[in-house]
Design a binder for this molecule. Structure first.
Ligand code: FAD
Length: 304
């Protein structure tokens, strides 16, 4: 009989992974959670659009979830990275921090995504608190104020279409790009919105405003700003090592119970959806992945 160190390994211990561990804890499953402490919303001081928790800081949500895990002595939390993973007998072998190994029966991947921002000085410092990427997360707080929209090229029109529900006075900073589609460009200009094509050199917060310095010396400012990552990179390396099927964008495909194309391997949170990335969804899919994972273990043990 194979001997396992834990029944389940959860890789990624932010909103999705902590929710998965919670359900596994309640299911009396010996579980190890690995987390490198780099969640996507770490820059944001408040998290919104999560009924009953609106406005709570993301760190406070995670701390409470971690605290609640302490009631389950069979759930362990490690801050080490999982660097490799492979199928091993009836389970999986995880390499931790490149040297230790852990053998488990099931795996839940909750490794999230990484945002690559426009390479503009100061942007990273304002990200999540003064420069927003998601209208559902921050649109209400930024509503009805003149807004800067810092994006490149064609995406400006897509962003404008949704932001205009919240903000009616927009200035687009296209950072050295142009909107090539003349009909779409005209739609933005007709609303009286400004399109600035000059590259942005630096952004800072000054007296509550976002101030952008342009390459030609102009300065543009507004009380709020939106931007979009130039690339959202799915942290799918471990899923790739296991041979999990993925979407074109790199999200890990799952069935309705969050199981990937590799039996016994589940995915949840931002990793498991190409674009709907919200704390509530991460938590919901985390709980769901764990319940279906536990069902699978129950079934295997019951018919043994
Ligand atoms: C600035 C900003 C603000 C946001 N605000 C909101 C908001 O107000 N409301 C809302 O609903 N959503 C918001 N979001 C979206 C939200 O952050 C994500 O939907 C949510 O964090 C997804 O949770 P997750 O657990 O799937 O991934 P993450 O929170 O990104 O966590 C993934 C975790 O996995 C760990 N990890 C990765 N690889 C490994 C590995 N190999 N080994 C061990 N650990 C690993 C990482 O360190 C990280 O801790 C915001 C996003 C951003 C960028």
């Amino acid at each position: 009989m194979e001997v396992f160190d834990y029944e389940v390994a959860v890789v990624g211990g932010s909103h999705a992974g902590l929710a998965a561990a919670h359900t596994l804890g309640r299911s009396k499953r010996s579980t190890i959670v690995f987390d490198t402490g780099n969640p996507r919303n770490k820059a944001a001081s408040r998290s919104h659009n999560f009924s009953a928790h609106d406005g709570t800081s993301p760190d406070a949500l995670r701390s409470l979830a971690q605290q609640q895990l302490q009631q389950f002595p069979h759930v362990r939390y490690s801050q080490q990275p999982v660097t490799e993973i492979s199928i091993s007998g009836a389970g999986y072998r995880l390499t931790v921090d490149e040297h230790d190994t852990v053998e488990v029966r099931k795996v839940i991947l909750a490794t999230g995504v990484t945002d690559h921002l426009l390479p503009i000085e100061g942007l990273i410092e304002l990200w999540g608190n003064k420069v927003f990427h998601c209208i559902y997360c921050h649109g209400w707080e930024a509503r009805d104020q003149p807004a800067l929209v810092l994006v490149k090229g064609a995406i400006a029109w897509e962003v404008a279409m949704t932001i205009s529900q919240w903000n009616s006075q927009l200035t687009f900073l296209l950072h050295g790009s142009a909107i090539e589609d003349t009909a779409k460009k005209e739609q933005l200009l007709q609303r009286g919105w400004k399109l600035v094509e000059t590259p942005v050199v630096r952004v800072i917060e000054q007296e509550g405003e976002v101030v952008a310095w342009l390459a030609d010396g102009q300065v543009v400012s507004g009380p709020v700003a939106y931007s979009k990552p130039v690339r959202v990179q799915f942290n799918n390396e471990l899923a790739g090592m296991l041979g999990c099927e993925m979407s074109k964008s790199g999200s890990v495909l799952t069935d309705a119970g969050m199981q990937t194309s590799v039996p016994g391997v589940f995915a949840c949170g931002d990793l498991s959806h190409p674009g709907y990335h919200q704390v509530s969804e991460a938590i919901s899919t985390g709980h769901k992945a764990a319940a279906f994972c536990n069902n699978q273990l129950c079934m295997e043990d019951f018919v043994k």
